[in-house]
Design a protein around this ligand. Structure first.
Ligand code: ATP
Length: 571
């Protein structure tokens, strides 16, 4: 693997953010500290990650995608996921209708008729990537009116070192300085947190990145502007292409019924079906009805039909449920409960689908914000989150020398160690019971310092401050059992059965839901400090510092007083 690296002096840089996806890519820049996704010369902000060679010319993006119908053999699509992988390890499922991946000394290559005449060329996946990145850089340079030199790029959280090295080498060959590779879920979280109206507060966020050929879910703790990834789930079965397939099968069956021909059996007909199914699917994200129309679908027969959203949601139900399960499993993997989640960020093109967002609403309590176009009108376009985050990060770090960025521990990018339990103080509530007041939230990245003020007793005097660990558990309160009218209940059940309604989303008025709430449990005591003779109405300031080795230093002093008590506990 080439070690070559492009290095540009900070003053010479023009930076952008790049998301290089298996289905689509995006480029973004910042204008007055705000991220903006750049439209290429075709006006596209989601640029299909596809290159096509026709009559000696190279096409990319939407124009190349159109050639999947007429020139599939010389069209290279879905290649990003092969970068840095051995040929033996790749899954060619998505490449049946375009150039096929081939073995090139153990790595992946594609053979295409690149020149108008002569022998076809065998292009390595690295070469294809370099050529594609050049097109993105050119589009961004044209838009900005100056040559783009450098970028922050996003990568999935399971991108390994070999894949990263291959991406960096491909970018270097395109003469691009990669300032940093950042994780996609962190980029998405950053895009939201960088908005002027955003309050930076400690929160636990689920980022569900639902793309065209894969879905990635990450649970991220955001603490004081630092992001820590708590768990990740990756899936290659539930994605946008699976939803396209549902529609392809639906309309193919309708066509067979009318014309006794299966259009899926002919490669060109299937490519037409796929292109139209994707368009219909996208239309169903915006309206409740969409048409489906293909000229000369099979045997020269034109086909026109339509589908409403309800029907679509019924036939795609098991796929939609798959997305919900992925999110649920990521939360469980992080050892958390739905109640712990403050926000769910829906990212990736498939997240435009209204049903996916509403289904997630049922998984979480009402207090959890579901950030998707269907549930939150102010949500950021899910297709733009990663590129925006990358552009924001690029503008933050562009002034650093390359070596300094390498060592940088900038908040947005580091996955640092973090504490598991909360650390806080014991305080007395109105009933005189001991309660836990969290000072440093669980999953806070270290080092971290937090300060609280604890009120002294009304008349002043000695104050004992107890520093303890705390963790949450879910308290379930069952509803009070109601006195039932047996005969009535039986009737209702019968009626339900006759109805044959198996909807999960029906409100059952008869059944009151149990109450689930998050409560603090006091854990082990870390330190106790006595502050003597605090003034009447005085306050004690408690500062907790957790260093990078997880050692805890507690300093307590009366507010306004100089002397204090300080103690350090090792991890
Ligand atoms: P991957 O790497 O998983 O292949 P990606 O990150 O390259 O995906 P995205 O642009 O995030 O690509 O997702 C592409 C998917 O999103 C496609 O299946 C596309 O049909 C789907 N999609 C885009 N817009 C919409 C929409 N408005 N409604 C529903 N699906 C959409």
């Amino acid at each position: 693997m080439s070690e070559s690296k492009v290095s540009v002096a900070p003053s010479e840089r023009t930076v952008i953010g790049i998301t290089f996806g298996n289905s689509n890519s995006s480029i973004a820049c910042t204008v007055d500290d705000k991220a903006e996704v750049i439209a290429n010369e075709d006006g596209d902000r989601q640029i299909p990650t596809i290159l096509s060679y026709v009559d000696g010319d190279e096409y990319y993006g939407q124009q190349a995608k159109a050639f999947l119908v007429r020139n599939p053999k010389n069209t290279v699509a879905y290649f990003k996921d092969f970068l840095g992988k051995d040929f033996a390890a790749v899954d060619p499922t998505h490449n049946h209708a375009s150039a096929h991946p081939e073995d090139a000394d153990g790595t992946v290559a594609f053979t295409v008729q690149e020149k108008e005449e002569g022998e076809p060329s065998k292009l390595s996946v690295s070469e294809v990537t370099t050529r594609y990145l050049r097109r993105l850089i050119d589009a961004a340079s044209e838009y900005l009116g100056k040559k783009v030199t450098s970028a922050v790029m996003t990568v999935p959280t399971n991108f390994n070192d070999k894949q990263k090295a291959a991406l960096l080498a491909a970018a270097a060959a395109a003469n691009l300085e990669v300032l940093q590779l950042i994780n996609e879920p962190v980029a998405a979280a950053l895009a939201y947190d960088a908005r002027a109206e955003a309050e930076v507060q400690d929160k636990i966020v689920v980022v569900a990145d639902l793309g065209g050929t894969r879905s990635d879910v990450a649970v991220v703790a955001s603490r004081g502007g630092m992001y820590t990834i708590l768990s990740t789930v990756h899936d290659y079965d539930f994605h946008g292409a699976a939803l396209d397939k549902v529609l392809i099968d639906h309309f193919a069956k309708e066509f067979i019924k009318k014309h006794q021909v299966d259009p899926r059996e002919n490669a060109r007909s299937l490519a037409k079906l796929k292109a139209e199914a994707e368009g219909t699917k996208k239309a169903l994200s915006l309206s409740t009805n969409a048409s489906f129309s293909v000229e000369s679908l099979a045997n020269g027969i034109d086909f026109t039909s339509s589908i409403n959203r309800l029907r679509y949601e019924t036939i795609a139900r098991s796929t939609f449920e798959g997305f919900t399960r992925l999110v649920d499993s990521a939360v469980k993997k992080a050892g958390l409960d739905a109640l712990d989640i403050d926000e769910v960020i829906l990212s990736g093109g498939t997240s435009h689908t209204p049903r996916i967002a509403t289904n997630l609403g049922y998984l979480f309590p009402q207090t959890t914000k579901i950030l998707a176009p269907a549930t939150t009108p102010a949500a950021i376009n899910p297709s733009e989150l990663n590129a925006r985050g990358a552009a924001l990060q690029a503008s933050l770090i562009q002034e650093y020398e390359a070596e300094d960025i390498d060592q940088s521990t900038h908040a947005a990018v580091t996955t640092v160690s973090h504490i598991t339990n909360a650390i806080g103080v014991i305080s007395l509530n109105e009933a005189g019971e001991e309660v836990f007041v969290p000072v440093v939230a669980p999953e806070t990245a270290v080092p971290a310092r937090r300060t609280v003020h604890v009120a002294a007793p009304k008349d002043g005097g000695d104050v004992l401050v107890k520093i303890v660990e705390g963790n949450t558990h879910i308290k379930v309160t069952k509803p009070e059992p109601k006195v039932k009218d047996e005969s009535k209940t039986a009737k209702v059940e019968d009626a339900d059965e006759e109805d044959g309604d198996d909807s999960d989303f029906d409100d059952d008025e008869e059944e009151e839901e149990e109450k689930r709430e998050k409560v603090w449990k006091i854990g082990s005591t870390l330190a106790e400090a006595a502050i003597r003779g605090v003034k009447k109405g005085g306050k004690v300031e408690v500062t907790i510092l957790v260093d990078a080795n997880l050692a805890v230093t507690v300093t307590t002093r009366e507010v306004g007083a100089k002397a204090g008590v300080r103690g350090t506990l090792s991890a």
